[in-house]
Write a protein that binds this ligand. Structure first.
Ligand SMILES: Nc1ncnc2c1ncn2[C@@H]1O[C@H](COP(=O)(O)OP(=O)(O)O)[C@@H](O)[C@H]1O
Ligand SMILES: [Mg+2]
Length: 276
């Protein structure tokens, strides 16, 4: 399988002698939806900044699309990645939402005649169509996140990094935006690296990298990683809701499988009910 991002023995320090990122290695498969899951302060945003070449590593290698990140390759590496930062305020350049999405598009090869249609399409996808003439800085946190996501999705980069990009949305809004990202991941073969402490989002991804205090402590398919209740809870994270329910039902003597995906659990429960 083709790897689009490879991190090899990466270390980074903000302060001399304090390893914020401590010798981590992982690979991300092209076209996958991968989550980096970890508690606050575990080093998630630092990894995102290292990948974009915004911070200078202490040691190790970052390889994106076959290119090792160096001063010479920095522009080419960044050209492959669209990133939504944790704090959307730092990301707006345009005076209006429309200008802001347009600004990102101007840096791609989009034909100017198509630009308006693309801006409308993505503003609609994130439910911000009626805000196109508003000032980004005056929007709510959740609306800002929607605009930042629209701007990146519209550019259709080969890799999208989302750093807690839906943290200010309510659960319904978060679910909608995550579904949109999943759809683009499938339809356009865009690799998604979502950085989150939302275990429910991680449960729906292809691959999870579990981060704690600057170390990768586990990685694999969500079914493999997220059912390790002790490990998950030791990181101050909560196991997925579906897992708790399916385990609870098992303990009540109901013979069903264990799930981390709510929809799969609901399907089995419906069948279980029919069998009775
Ligand atoms: N600019 C900085 N200077 C010094 N320490 C920092 C800086 N940014 C983050 N840190 C520290 O590095 C650690 C990892 O931070 P961060 O990558 O933001 O974690 P996360 O995104 O997982 O919450 C934390 O202990 C944080 O306090
Ligand atoms: Mg962070």
């Amino acid at each position: 399988m083709e790897k689009i991002i490879e991190i090899k023995n990466l270390s980074f320090e903000y302060e001399i002698g304090v390893k914020t990122i401590d010798n981590i290695s992982f690979r991300i498969e092209k076209g996958s939806y991968t989550t980096i899951l970890g508690h606050n302060g575990s080093g998630k945003s630092t990894i995102a900044k290292l990948l974009m070449g915004l911070l200078e590593k202490k040691s190790g290698d970052i390889i994106v699309g076959g290119m090792t990140l160096t001063e010479e390759t920095l522009a080419d590496v960044r050209g492959q990645i669209g990133i939504v930062f944790q704090n959307p305020d730092n990301q707006f350049i345009g005076a209006t939402v429309r200008d802001d999405i347009a600004f990102g598009l101007e840096n791609t090869c989009v034909e100017p005649t198509l630009m308006d249609d693309i801006i409308n399409e993505y503003a609609q996808k994130v439910n911000m169509l009626e805000f196109l003439d508003h000032e980004p800085t005056k929007l709510s946190g959740g609306q800002k996140q929607r605009v930042a996501i629209a701007g990146i999705l519209a550019m259709s980069p080969s890799i999208i990094i989302l750093d807690e990009a839906t943290s200010m949305l309510d659960p319904k809004g978060r679910h909608e935006i995550n579904a949109l990202v999943h759809q683009l991941n499938k339809d356009r073969d865009i690799t998604i690296l979502s950085i989150t402490h939302d275990i429910e989002e991680a449960a729906l991804s292809d691959y999870v990298i579990l981060l704690s205090d600057g170390h990768v402590i586990d990685s694999g398919k969500p079914e493999e990683v997220l059912m390790k209740q002790e490990e998950i809870e030791s990181l101050s994270l909560d196991v997925p809701f579906a897992y708790k329910i399916s385990k609870g039902l098992q303990q009540q003597g109901i013979k069903i499988n264990q799930y981390i995906d709510r929809e799969k659990l609901v399907r089995e429960l419906c069948q279980y009910n029919l069998k009775k």
